[in-house]
Write a new protein. Structure first.
Length: 259
């Protein structure tokens, strides 16, 4: 973990309220595991809490990383107004990422994402592609306008998209895509997912006895380093025990915590 004033290389609005921020700095050297996140300081003196944003892509050769986030309030709005050439205070990388040691060449891997849970799955997908796995991306969005990185994910593997209103792809939620994908590949070697609670529960339900299912949880955070206990979830083995999403997560093995 390191704190650094990182240089903004670019800021692009990918979809309504969805922004891609490209950062450059030495901190990138420490970004070894997909699924981790950074804690970004809001460029306003009246907003004290940093904003946790997952890493969408890491380029060690160029010392750059990309984060994709949604503008949900005044903090992320302030970040979205920054431009190329400015600097921003970044702390990271934080959290535990995805486990991919078990993946071998030609293994079929399901990668399931919904909405703003999709970004960290891109860097994961690139690393799984390097292992020559067969990737099946299952993604859910509210509407056609909310979709981003379609071309990028399509270049890594098979991509299936569902929208709530049926304006693009299949009509319905990501759980429907899982059912369709299982008809094509009934025995995936592993499953990775990131998104809202409903999506994660659907994945757990569909693969309840699977040995390699990993879920990245979305949770509001304060400190980001495990000190304040603002982002806890209950252990499934012992509900009296709390696990910190920022420190022990955000990625948990299926069955480890109560979703």
């Amino acid at each position: 973990m390191k704190q650094e004033m990182m240089l903004i290389e670019s800021q692009i609005e990918l979809a309504p309220r969805i922004f891609e921020l490209t950062l450059k700095g030495e901190l990138v050297e420490q970004m070894e595991t997909s699924g981790q996140f950074v804690h970004i300081r809001v460029p306003r003196s009246d907003l004290l809490l940093r904003r946790p944003i997952s890493l969408a892509e890491v380029n060690h050769e160029e010392s750059t990383c990309k984060v994709i986030y949604r503008v949900d309030g005044c903090g992320t709005r302030a970040i979205s107004e920054l431009v190329k050439g400015q600097e921003i205070d970044v702390l990271g990388p934080l959290g535990n990422g995805f486990t991919t040691d078990f993946v071998k060449e030609d293994d079929v891997i399901f990668v399931v994402g919904g909405g703003i849970g999709v970004p960290p799955l891109y860097e994961l997908g690139k690393r799984l592609k390097d292992k020559k796995a067969k990737l099946v991306f299952l993604q859910g969005f509210g509407t056609k306008d909310a979709i981003f990185y379609e071309k990028e994910f399509s270049e890594l593997g098979m991509l299936m998209i569902a929208t709530d209103d049926g304006s693009y792809g299949y009509k319905g939620h990501t759980g429907h895509l899982i059912e369709k994908a299982l008809k094509i590949y009934p025995n995936p070697t592993g499953v990775f997912a990131c998104g809202p609670t409903g999506l994660l529960r659907a994945v757990e339900g569909a693969f309840s006895d699977h040995p390699h299912v990993y879920l990245s949880m979305e949770e509001r955070m304060a400190c980001g380093v495990g000190a304040c206990y603002a982002c806890v979830c209950q252990s499934k083995e012992d509900p009296t025990v709390n696990k910190k999403v920022c420190d022990e997560g955000p990625v948990f093995k299926s069955g480890e915590v109560i979703i």
